[in-house]
Design a protein around this ligand. Sequence first.
Ligand SMILES: O=C(O)CCC(=O)CC(=O)O
Length: 264
Amino acid sequence: MQIADLGDVQLHYRIDGDPDGAPVVFANSLGTDLRLWDAVLPLLPAGLKLIRYDKRGHGLSSQPPAPYSMGALVRDAEALLDRLEIRDCVFVGLSIGGMIAQGLAVKRMDQIRALVLSNTAAKIGTPEMWNERIEAVRAGGIEALADSIMERWFSKDFRATPELALWRNMLVRQPADGYAGCSAAISGTDFYTPTSGLRLPTLGIAGSEDGSTPPDLVRETVDLIPGSRFELIRKAGHLPCVEKPAEYAAVLTQFLRDVGHVRG
Ligand SMILES: O=C(O)CCC(=O)CC(=O)O
């Protein structure tokens, strides 16, 4: 367990794999911590330096008062990568993590050589929808939203397994301020124009049963970037890295090979 003190925020991060390997950075979704990637990382090829972190207000990172801006979330990622002297990484961002990825790619091309936009979009939902969610969390805590969130996060089959309880626990144990703060950041974000200007290898990943960022929405964003490719993971919801880790690792590994991040 490691912590980076970035001034107004302390970020919990973890590095696995080869310390001298080609860097791959993972940014997770709203209401999850860095354990989101636990099942995928061991399935990736050797020779990679695998960096993941808890964004502000989530996991073991500090929790500045809400609301947060997307600019602050992008700055946090930028400062963490600078602190760790990461250049030319492949940045894998899921949902709000994918928004952070888009913002960082626009700002710091030296840090990112290729993007994976997983279950994300240039714009997610509407300000009205996010305001309702923020008010619901303020009134009743994350618990008030948890059952409907599980329906968007996971396919019907997965929701019938005992593992669902673990992910529900992860969600409801995130700080309410962190959840509301990041919801405000998503609400204020529309990356359509900046993302249209990106020119770097990009892979989009969607889940066929994603109730938060359906496949067409992910595809629309990924298609803004010329030459990008798109992979659909079947029988998975918003978190295919949890539901279908082997399929997720396979499409990610193929992309890492295609962009020359792993050999062989
Ligand atoms: O997962 C995210 O980072 C934001 C998208 C979302 O709304 C997830 C959910 O449906 O709860």
